[in-house]
Design a protein around this ligand. Structure first.
Ligand code: KG4
Ligand code: ZN
Length: 345
C-alpha cells in the first residue's frame, strides 16, 4: 500500500476499561481523542470484570468512532491507516477493538497497524514534544512497571522491571485496604497530600545495583499495619499511611530512575508514561531528580494523556506507518505482549 508523506491515523484502544478512538495527524497532532470510561460499572466490584469490560466495549465502540470522526471533521475515507492496540490487555476487550479495526481496514481498504499498549504510553509524549533519542522511559501502569531504553524510534530495550506487582496494582490494593474507590491510585495520591510520612514501609530492592523493582512487600506492609491495628482495637491514621506508602513507592521509582540515567549518560530525554504518571508525588520527585541532569529533557504528559487513550496509540502507530509495518486481516490479540517483542501479526 502507498505511504503518504503526511499521515492521518485513526486509532482504537480497548485493552482494559476505556473505549477510545482518536485521529492523529503526523504522529503528533490530536485531531480528536474520545475516551469512554467504564470505571463506574466496575467500581462496585472493586476491580475490572473482564466480561463486563468486553460488553461495554461492544456497546460503545461505534458511537465513540463516530464522535472521533465528527470531532476531527473527517470522513473515514480521508484517513491513511487504522491502528489498534494488539496487547497487552484483556483478551476479550482487545478483540473488540481489533475486530472493529479489521472491519474498517477491510471495508475501506486501509492499511492495518497493530500497536503495543505500552509503546503507546511512551509515545503519548510525542503529542507534547518530539521524542529525542536515545531516551529512557519509566512506564508505570496498572499492569506494568518498567524502565525502557529506546536508542531510536520503534526500538525498545527493557532495562529494569518489577519482579512482582506493578506499582499501579499496589496503589489499587492499598487503596482497597483503606476503603477507597477503584481505581484507587488517584484517591490515594490525594489522601497522601494530607498526611505525614510516619509509618515504616520497606523500600524493597532500593540498595540493589540493578534497575528492577518490587512492590508486593510495600503492599503487605500496609496490610499488616492495618490488620495489627485492628486486632489491638486501634485505628490507623489513613492519611499518614497513604503518605508513608506514597513516599516509599516514589522513592524507589525515583532512585531506580537515577541509576538508569547514571548508567546511560548519552540519554537525551526521560519520559514518564502510563496511568501512574498522573501521580503528583512521582511527578514532583522526578522533576527534582532531572534538575540534576540538565542535559536530559524531562517529558511528562498532561493528565489527560497519562491514562488509557487512543491518541497515544495513533502517535505510536505513525512510525510503523512510515516503516510500512502493516498487519493483515489475520491479526490477533496478544494479551501478554511484551514491549520488546518482535513484530507479530
Ligand atoms: O495506564 P493505565 O490507565 O491502565 C493500564 O494500562 O494499566 O493505569 C491505570 C493505573 C491504575 O492502577 C490507577 O490506580 C493508577 O494507574 N493511577 C494512579 C494515579 N492515577 C491513576 N496511581 C497513582 N497516583 C495517581 N494519581
Ligand atoms: Zn495503560
Amino acid at each position: 500500500m502507498a505511504i503518504n508523506e503526511s499521515s492521518l491515523i485513526l486509532a482504537i484502544e480497548s485493552s482494559c476499561d476505556e473505549t477510545s478512538v482518536a485521529v492523529i495527524e503526523n504522529g503528533s497532532i490530536i485531531r480528536s481523542n474520545i475516551v469512554a470510561s467504564q470505571i463506574k460499572s466496575h467500581q462496585r466490584f472493586g476491580g475490572v470484570v473482564p466480561e463486563v469490560a468486553s460488553r461495554h466495549h461492544v456497546e460503545q465502540i461505534s458511537q465513540v468512532l463516530d464522535l472521533a470522526l465528527d470531532e476531527a471533521e473527517l470522513s473515514i475515507e480521508a484517513v491513511d491507516a487504522i491502528a489498534v492496540t494488539q496487547g497487552p490487555g484483556l483478551v476479550g476487550a482487545l478483540l473488540v477493538g481489533i475486530t472493529a479495526a479489521k472491519t474498517l481496514a477491510f471495508v475501506h481498504q486501509k492499511p492495518l497497524i497493530g500497536v503495543n499498549h505500552l509503546a503507546g504510553h511512551i509515545y503519548a509524549s510525542q503529542l507534547v514534544t518530539p521524542l529525542r533519542f536515545p531516551l529512557i522511559a519509566l512506564v508505570v501502569s496498572g499492569g506494568h512497571t518498567e524502565l525502557v531504553y529506546m536508542p531510536k524510534d520503534g526500538c525498545f530495550e527493557v532495562i529494569g522491571e518489577t519482579q512482582d506487582d506493578a506499582v499501579g496494582e499496589a496503589y489499587d490494593k492499598v487503596g482497597r485496604i483503606l476503603d477507597l474507590p477503584y481505581p484507587a491510585g488517584k484517591y490515594l495520591d490525594q489522601l497522601a497530600q494530607e498526611g505525614q510520612d510516619t509509618y515504616s514501609i520497606p523500600r524493597a530492592m532500593i540498595h540493589e545495583e540493578n534497575l528492577d523493582f518490587s512492590f508486593s512487600g510495600m503492599k503487605s506492609a500496609v496490610m499488616n499495619l492495618v490488620h495489627n491495628a485492628n486486632q489491638r482495637g486501634e485505628t490507623v491514621n489513613q492519611a499518614d499511611l497513604a503518605t508513608s506508602f506514597q513516599s516509599a513507592a516514589v522513592e524507589v521509582l525515583t532512585d531506580k530512575a537515577r541509576r538508569a540515567l547514571e548508567a546511560h549518560p548519552e540519554v537525551q530525554q526521560f519520559i514518564l508514561a502510563g496511568g501512574v504518571a498522573a501521580n503528583s508525588g512521582l511527578r514532583g520527585s522526578l522533576t527534582d531528580l532531572l534538575a540534576r541532569f540538565p542535559k536530559v529533557e524531562l517529558t511528562i504528559p498532561p493528565l489527560s494523556l497519562c491514562g488509557d487513550n487512543a491518541a497515544m496509540i495513533g502517535a505510536a502507530a505513525d512510525y510503523l506507518y512510515r516503516e510500512g509495518q502493516f498487519s493483515d486481516l489475520a491479526m490477533n490479540a496478544h494479551p501478554g505482549q511484551a514491549i520488546d517483542e518482535p513484530f507479530r501479526s
